[in-house]
Design a binder for this molecule. Structure first.
Ligand SMILES: C[S@@+](CC[C@H](N)C(=O)[O-])C[C@H]1O[C@@H](n2cnc3c(N)ncnc32)[C@H](O)[C@@H]1O
Length: 408
């Protein structure tokens, strides 16, 4: 049976989390393997029709599914597309972003400024002391200080960013106090008091986990847009919430750190030239991958370090010699001539792009699973907590916002 007609009660976070755990575990063999690393995917034999459908997709259909995999009926004969879509829906945070004076966005990149405007409206207007977590130059702190007409503190470990932020605030007449603080340090908690309102726009992996643990421990109010879940010291993901730990264990769902990267793996709309460079680099890497399997006589993926596009050799042969050098591999000249590896790499890249669509279908569901785990953790700690979106995905795909506040 493909489609589960009884879609779990999507309003109940725990039930949603439980159902998503089940689906992530049930379809793990499809979304976990990386097509880039597998010349022949482990699931191809079990799903020949799905594999044929994907590799047969034309460019336009591939782009369409890539843009919104959860709307892709093409995958529905094999995968629970409709249910994943329902379980991944997040409500929009109510209300509209106040149009803030554009001058408040001076010294802030256009996209970041629009994100800050959208995020600022989600910060509850209470008398609680405001603190920005991993503040950078304190762009959000400065905006909130001007919006609320009061001091906002900020914690950032990079003293240079604190200084720059302090100067910007002084120039703009905002009352901001940026403190150089390692938020992963044991003393970080001393900077916060029960009831403080801590705001964090795009705090990565362990940085936002540290905030959530402090919130649970100290009874903080939090407005957090998490990102980069894979930036964590733990090789294996252990759900934060007790319920999450139980259900993950029951379903046998084990997530490695690399799996978490799927949740944020989005092909951002880059300039055509950058897209061409990225696609050529990937096709060359796949061409080299086929070549190295042939030269070594080993049908096994060989990871090659990343290389900035600007530093890429001028041609494919040059790239292969560079990559072989990186791996301490000798590359006999006749091996390069044995086959048109560059064309083979291009053909493989087209397949990889299409086969990746299965993983991308689970991208947002996996992110929502991680978010629901954080939500349940905050509720288990006795905080009032909610999960919604603070802006459209086009502004940032990391558009989810967690709210928490002590119950009084
Ligand atoms: C993704 S940026 C976000 C900055 C800011 N919130 C923004 O939206 O522009 C993450 C910030 O966290 C800071 N950071 C990284 N690790 C940190 C740590 N252990 N303690 C404090 N700040 C840290 C970085 O220096 C960087 O400024």
């Amino acid at each position: 049976m493909r489609e589960n007609t009884a879609i779990a009660d999507a309003t109940d976070p725990a039930q949603r989390f439980r159902r998503l755990t089940h689906l992530l575990a049930e379809y793990r063999s499809l979304w976990q393997p990386l097509p880039f690393q597998h010349r022949c995917l482990p699931w191809a034999a079990a799903y020949p029709a799905l594999h044929a459908m994907l590799t047969g997709l034309d460019e336009a259909s591939t782009a369409r599914v890539e843009t919104d995999p959860l709307a892709a009926e093409a995958l529905a004969p094999w995968l629970p597309v409709a249910e994943l879509r329902e379980l991944s829906r997040l409500p929009e945070y109510p209300g509209n972003a106040p149009a803030l004076p554009n001058t408040w966005g001076d010294h802030i990149g256009g996209r970041k400024w629009r994100q800050i405007q959208a995020f600022a409206r989600c910060v509850p207007d209470t008398p609680r002391p405001l603190v920005e977590w991993c503040a950078g130059k304190g762009h959000l702190a400065r905006t909130l200080s001007r919006l609320r007409g009061r001091e906002v503190a900020g914690l950032e470990w990079h003293p240079g960013l604190c200084d720059q932020g302090q100067r910007l605030a002084a120039k703009q007449g905002a009352t901001v106090a940026l403190k150089a603080q390692d938020v992963m340090g044991d003393d970080a908690g001393q900077r916060l008091r029960a009831g403080d309102q801590v705001v964090a726009l795009h705090a990565c992996g362990d940085l936002h986990l540290a905030l959530l643990r402090l919130a649970a421990q100290k009874g903080l109010a939090v407005t957090l847009a998490p990102c980069c879940y894979q930036r964590t010291a733990a090789e294996r993901y252990r759900p934060l919430s007790r319920q999450g730990q139980r259900w993950a264990a029951d379903s046998g769902l084990v997530l490695e750190r690399d799996d978490l990267a799927l949740a944020v793996q989005e092909t951002v709309t880059a300039a055509p030239a950058v897209t061409r460079q990225r696609e050529r680099a990937n096709a060359w890497r796949l061409g080299f991958d086929l070549l190295q399997r042939d030269v070594r006589g080993l049908d096994e993926y060989l990871p090659v370090p990343s290389l900035a596009y600007g530093k890429m050799p001028g041609d494919f042969a040059g790239f292969c010699r560079w990559a072989a050098g990186q791996k301490g591999m000798s590359l006999p000249p006749e091996a390069l001539a044995r086959r048109d590896w560059e064309a083979a790499g291009r053909a493989r890249f087209e397949d990889v792009k299409r086969l990746e669509l299965v993983r991308h279908l689970f991208r947002r569901p996996l992110e929502v699973w991680l978010l629901l785990d954080r939500l349940m953790f905050l509720r288990e700690a006795g905080l009032d907590a909610s999960l919604s979106t603070f802006c459209r995905r086009e502004l940032t795909p990391r558009n989810a916002v967690l709210h928490a506040a002590p119950r009084h």
